[in-house]
Design a protein around this ligand. Structure first.
Ligand code: EPZ
Length: 419
């Protein structure tokens, strides 16, 4: 298992470029199952999770070629001849479950290994399954696999108790090729959901209301393959903003999707920081005397839960008491004990973290427990005195494209040590 060694307190400078959004690319790759002809997707980040989704499609029989240099993925779905996403792949990435909707709509059959728990608590798939049943599928569980079958899906009115990103996307994909009209109430509004819809619409899907809580999909008989470019990763961009702030160094973040980052930037303005918005980049101007703040992670357009951990790590260096509240997951504060080992002073009370800002964090040996927990440790390490050794960085590799290379290029002292 590789690790990162970071010597903190180095000033950063220059430009850092954002890659394509992981959480958009994964679903767009899954959506190509709905097509019958080859298609090219651009701005696909080079990530472990993207490689896993590539393997899932290959297992189904598709031909997939990824070109790292041009960040493009060519997918030929015409050869798909299996409907089974195996345990070995689904256990490493829950997003594999997103192939269920497209498989059901196109072939009337899907067998997906039941995703297990995850490092930040239970993450069920009941909304997905209930919606597919409402659309006419029969769902059974056999030997750890969820088997969904439908001679024919029919559009229906679907209400989610919580605006689940994955369930909204899975149903939108299935409904695009399903007879009749499907309406999703309390749909997720995340920019990645909108990006997926943009791709489907380009291919001929009839969808209205994306980005709102009510999405209407009128099924069509066939979709046409159309090449598409994935939007930039707002969570990666936000992580770079925090790298700039924790080191008190101005950075230019090229390709930052500004409108998708509004609430996050607004919170940081309350801390006292300033941002210059350019046509293709965001310039971060850190305040030398930032103030403590409160924030609550919520579904979009709320503060993104995927930036909750990196933001908490940053606030642990800001004088005063900040408050982070997690409103999406039951238990997304697992990383806090690791931050406290670096000298942070954070107390948990249910879904609230009280953060007493410290003048100085100190480097330590720590362990990433999930992707964004890993990003939080990188932020803390960049601002800490001394050397931090971050173990289990395979979690970080799932979602950050060449993080070590990109941070080194702007002056961070960070190395990957291979085991
Ligand atoms: C997506 O996960 C993202 N993953 C997550 O990114 C992100 O944290 C999450 O959305 C919320 O923004 C991908 O896009 C691949 P949800 P998803 O369904 O779709 C509950 C990262 O670090 N729920 O919106 O799985 C669930 O337990 C990650 O990049 C049910 O109860 O999230 C959670 O509390 C991790 N039943 C809440 O809803 C269901 O059937 C939101 O989950 C589905 C969800």
């Amino acid at each position: 298992m590789d690790k990162f060694i970071i010597n903190g307190k180095q000033k950063l400078s220059g430009k850092i470029t954002v890659s394509g959004a992981k959480n958009s690319a994964l679903k767009i790759i899954a959506a190509t199952i709905l097509l019958k002809e080859p298609v090219t997707i651009s701005n696909v980040p080079d990530l472990m999770d993207v490689r896993t989704m590539q393997k899932v499609l290959e297992k189904l029989g598709a031909t997939v070629e990824y070109c790292k240099d041009s960040s493009t993925m060519k997918i030929d779905p015409s050869t798909i001849n299996s409907y089974r996403a195996p345990y070995e792949l689904v256990k490493t990435m829950r997003a594999s479950f997103q192939v269920m909707g497209p498989l059901l709509a196109r072939f009337g059959n899907a067998e997906i290994s039941l995703p297990g728990g995850c490092n930040f608590g239970p993450r069920p798939v009941d909304f997905h399954l209930k919606a597919f049943e409402q659309m006419g599928a029969t769902i059974t569980t056999e030997h750890g696999y969820i088997c969904a079958k439908a001679e024919k899906l029919i559009g229906n009115h679907i209400y989610f108790d919580f605006p689940s990103v994955g369930a909204t996307e899975n149903v939108i994909m299935a409904a695009s090729l399903t007879e009749g009209v499907t309406i999703i109430e309390n749909a997720a509004k995340e920019p990645e959901v909108v990006d997926l819809v943009n791709f489907l619409k380009l291919c001929g899907a009839k969808i209205q209301g994306e980005g709102t809580g009510r999405v209407r999909i009128e099924g069509v008989k066939e979709l046409q393959a159309r090449d598409f470019t994935v939007l930039s990763d707002r969570i990666e961009a936000g992580t770079f903003v925090l790298a700039s702030l924790v080191t008190n160094s101005p950075l230019e973040i090229v390709g930052a999707p500004i409108s998708a980052l509004e609430v996050f930037l607004e919170k940081l303005r309350l801390c006292g920081h300033e941002f210059e918005v350019h046509q293709h980049s965001l310039v971060v101007k850190p305040s030398p005397n930032p103030k403590a703040i409160k924030f609550t992670a919520l579904p979009h357009p709320g503060f993104p839960t995927d930036l909750q951990a990196p933001m908490t790590a940053y606030l642990s260096t800001v004088e005063g008491t900040s408050l982070a509240t997690e409103g999406v997951y039951e238990n997304r504060f697992v990383y806090i004990s690791e931050l406290n080992r670096m000298g942070a002073s954070i107390e948990l009370d249910g879904n609230k973290a009280y953060i007493s800002g410290q003048e100085q964090l100190s480097g330590a040996q720590v362990m990433a427990s999930d992707l964004r927990a890993g990003a939080a440790l990188v932020i803390a390490a960049l601002g800490a005195e001394g050397t931090t050794e971050i173990n289990r960085v395979y979690h970080i590799d799932r979602g950050y494209d060449d993080l070590v290379g990109k941070l080194s290029d702007v002056g961070a002292n960070i190395q990957r040590v291979k085991r």
